[in-house]
Design a protein around this ligand. Structure first.
Ligand code: KG4
Ligand code: ZN
Length: 349
């Protein structure tokens, strides 16, 4: 079954074609970064309007590039939630209208299920059940994935998501939007023997359970910068050190809870997905730690292009559900800006 996937939950317009027999035929992405840069973050109304402007031309170029005719498409999957209401609505209206025009089924897909299944796009050795750390701009969750559609939330952030913390601290460091990748790049400039003059706490690591917290790190960062400024010690070297120390603290906090969850679930597979899983330091630390401590555990990281928002993950998750016969029933269009992964079920008619 050949399925078109549309992703418009935030500030990336993603389109992709996934065929359940042939795999991913192509995907294309348009980032709205330039549009939101002057505002230092995503402006929801501008995001919705830009999705409406960009999705169809993006689709045209994808069809040409993948040498697929619109009439070959047998289903349309679009992100229905969670995400920004207007942005989701833009994608839902476009997806439902295309499906209606082409007389094929349409299906609203859970954005985080898309992230969670991404490694299947590239790695045929992954199988259920597995543990997954979802780390993005809107979510930080530890999820037990028992089967396709059966997800149990083991822990989540009590305040900011990890990506959100990266973005906010990046702004404190006067880094350009979007901050996460820029902060990671700055931290990579730290010398191997980076002087640890700047120390960051490891939130929640002593607490029982599998929840996270990142908003305190942001406040800590603000205080550190203020102190250094007062002492006239705020310079480029300190800036790199703060970026490094902050990134290290986030990664350590994620790692401690993952080590715990791996032990508790006795899993042999750990998936890392979502924008922050593109972080190179995170990948290195997780790989080193588990290689030394748990030889039975296999780590799955999607390629960086599939860690951040993209249409391929929506096309994939949607294609599996559409193939099983699931589809939107009424002509009404609604979106789900807040939507728990646990409320999903395995594919059904
Ligand atoms: O999954 P995603 O594209 O969108 C959401 O669903 O939120 O994740 C975006 C988040 C942003 O906060 C961004 O700063 C962060 O992922 N991010 C990174 C890196 N690449 C993206 N954070 C740290 N290091 C990176 N290399
Ligand atoms: Zn996402």
């Amino acid at each position: 079954m050949l399925v078109l996937g549309l992703e418009t939950s935030c500030d990336e317009s993603g389109v992709a074609l996934y065929d359940t027999d042939r795999g991913l035929l192509g995907h294309a992405l348009y980032s709205q970064v330039d549009l939101h840069r002057d505002f230092g973050g995503v402006v929801p109304e501008l995001a919705s309007r830009d999705h409406i402007r960009t999705v169809l031309p993006l689709l045209d170029s994808l069809l040409t590039q993948a040498q697929v005719k619109a009439s070959d498409i047998e289903g349309v999957a679009y992100t229905v939630g969670p995400g920004l209401m207007g942005a989701l609505f833009a994608g839902a209206v476009l997806g439902r209208s295309l499906a209606y025009g082409w007389q094929v089924p349409a299906l609203g897909v859970h954005h985080m299920e898309g992230h969670l299944l991404t490694p299947f796009l590239v790695d045929s050795t992954l199988e259920f059940p597995f543990l997954v750390l979802l780390v993005s701009g809107g979510h930080t969750q530890l999820v037990w994935a028992e089967c396709f559609g059966c997800y149990r939330l083991l822990g989540e952030t009590l305040d900011d998501a990890a990506g959100e913390a990266f973005d906010k601290v990046a702004s404190l460091l006067s880094l350009d939007y979007p901050g996460g990748p820029a902060l990671a790049q700055l931290a990579e400039c730290a010398p191997v023997d980076v002087a640890q003059t700047v120390k960051f706490p490891r939130p929640m690591v002593q607490k029982p359970g599998l929840n996270f917290s990142f908003s305190g790190l942001k406040t800590h960062c603000l205080h550190v910068i203020e102190q250094l400024r007062k002492k006239n010690e705020w310079n480029e070297q300190r800036r790199v050190e703060v970026a490094y120390a902050f990134q290290e603290a986030v990664v350590d906090s994620l790692l401690v809870k993952c080590v715990k969850a791996v032990k508790e679930t006795k899993t042999e597979r750990l998936v890392l997905a979502g924008g922050v899983s593109a972080n190179q330091h995170l990948r290195r630390v997780f790989q080193q730690t588990f290689a030394q401590s748990n030889a039975n555990l296999k780590l799955f990281f999607p390629p960086a292009a599939y860690c951040t928002d993209n249409g391929a993950m929506i096309a994939y998750a949607g294609a599996l559900r559409l193939l099983a016969g699931e589809a939107d029933q009424s002509l009404g269009i609604r979106v789900l800006p807040r939507w728990s992964l646990e409320s999903l079920s395995p594919p059904s008619k």
